[in-house]
Every structure is written in C-alpha cells, then in structure tokens.
Design a protein around this ligand. Structure first.
Ligand code: 5RP
Length: 222
C-alpha cells in the first residue's frame, strides 16, 4: 500500500470519532486534506469546523463545510490532525506544514485529540524529523543560538512565513528522550512563539495506516 493509501485509510477511520451537533477541530496537512475530503462525503451534522490554518479553512469552505473562529466556540469535543512523527504514547512532532502554533491552540481547547498518520510516522524516539520552531523574526539569532546550546542544529525555513507572520527554524540533530521537558525548555526561549513538540498536550488516540488496515492506539494505555 502506498503512503497516500495509508493516509486515506486513517482519514476514513477518523470519521467515526466525530461528535455530531457540535464543533470539530481540523488540522493541517496532506493527511488532514484526505480527512476533509471524507468529511465532505460523510454527511455528518456539524455546527461548524475550527481550522488550524488558512489553508485548511479554505479547503473546508470549498467543500461546503462552515468554518467558525475558535473564539466563537463554547466547547470542542474532538480535534483531528496529522503529525510528522508520533510515539505510541501520543507525543508528537508537528509543524512540517508550518501551522504548529494554531494547531497547538486548537489542540489545547479540544477534549480529544485524534492523530491520523501513515505507518512511517510511528517512531520509538522523536527527533529524526527536524523539529519546527516558530520564532518572532527579530529573535532569530538569539533563538538559534539557544537551540544550539540544547544540542540542535537550527536551519531557517527558506521563503516561508507562518499564518501569524513569523519565521520557522527547523532543528536537526535532536534525539528527544524527554519530549515534555524539551517542549517547555524551547518555549521558554525569548522570541519563541511555540515549538512543534506536542507532548504536554499530546494525542489521545493515534490511528496508524498500515498495509493490514488501521491500527488504533490508545495513548493512555501505554
Ligand atoms: C502541519 C502539521 C501536519 O500535521 C504534519 O506536517 C503532517 O503532515 P502530512 O499529513 O502532510 O504528512 O503538523 O503543520
């Protein structure tokens, strides 16, 4: 099965986690795009969707799904999003698409985070995928310097600004043995908006697309 076929499998499976007559949080990326396609076909009763990026908001609207601002939402039972890497415990690296800050905000509000990934994203230790860090432009040098002190090799993401108008540093060479600790340390560097470690608020359920179908991991069981 190709990677895209595995992504489609989990996108379809995620439909089961939608709570009808409520709002739904929707992430960003190619796996989430497959989910939006499924959502458009699924005929679910939704009050509206909260998008984690401008790109997702546009795609939702083009599928006829109403988009609402997070500020207008009283509660968000479920958030569905992909990841660049995830452990079976639900700690993730996200932000390959640069939407990490809005993703982290929507995830913080949601009661349940359903992570949808193809098999290649499931890892034992995070850090092979470069860790994205969203940074206020004037702090670029300072944040890069501090990231080197933490053992990383930051690279500026070229020709890219986030939806919030900030730059992204992609940090290589990190072997992340304590993701919650590193998440807090990086967020404490002045000028950092947020980093792509989602460990303090990780996924609750991970749907992994495999050649044998969807593997469902309950992150709280590990
Ligand atoms: C975007 C993200 C995505 O969820 C992550 O990059 C995975 O993307 P894809 O589904 O295209 O592999 O965090 O900021």
């Amino acid at each position: 099965m190709t990677q895209d076929e595995q992504k489609k499998l989990v996108a379809r499976e995620a439909i089961k986690y939608i709570v009808e007559d409520s709002y739904l949080g929707v992430g960003t990326g190619s796996t989430t795009n497959f989910f939006i396609d499924e959502l458009a076909r699924a005929n679910k009763r939704l009050r509206g969707a909260v998008a984690s990026s401008i790109q997702t908001a546009e795609r939702l609207r083009s599928c006829g799904i109403p988009v609402v601002e997070l500020t207008a939402v009283d509660e968000l039972p479920v958030y569905i999003d992909g990841a660049d890497e995830t452990t079976a415990h639900g700690a993730m690296i996200k932000g390959g698409g640069g939407a990490l800050t809005r993703e982290k905000i929507v995830a913080a509000v949601a009661r349940k985070f359903v992570c949808i990934v193809d098999q290649s994203k499931l890892v034992g230790v995070l850090g092979k995928y470069p860790l994205p860090v969203e940074v206020i432009p004037m702090a670029r040098g300072h944040v890069a310097h501090e990231l080197v002190k933490l053992g990383g090799q930051p690279m500026l993401r070229e020709h890219f600004l986030t939806d919030n108008g900030n730059i992204v540093l992609d940090v290589e060479e990190l072997r992340i043995l304590n993701p919650a600790d590193l998440e807090a340390k990086i967020n404490n560097i002045a000028g950092t908006v947020t980093n792509g470690l989602f460990a303090r608020r990780g996924a609750d359920v991970i749907l992994v697309g495999t050649d044998n179908g969807v593997q469902t991991l309950d992150a709280h069981k590990f």
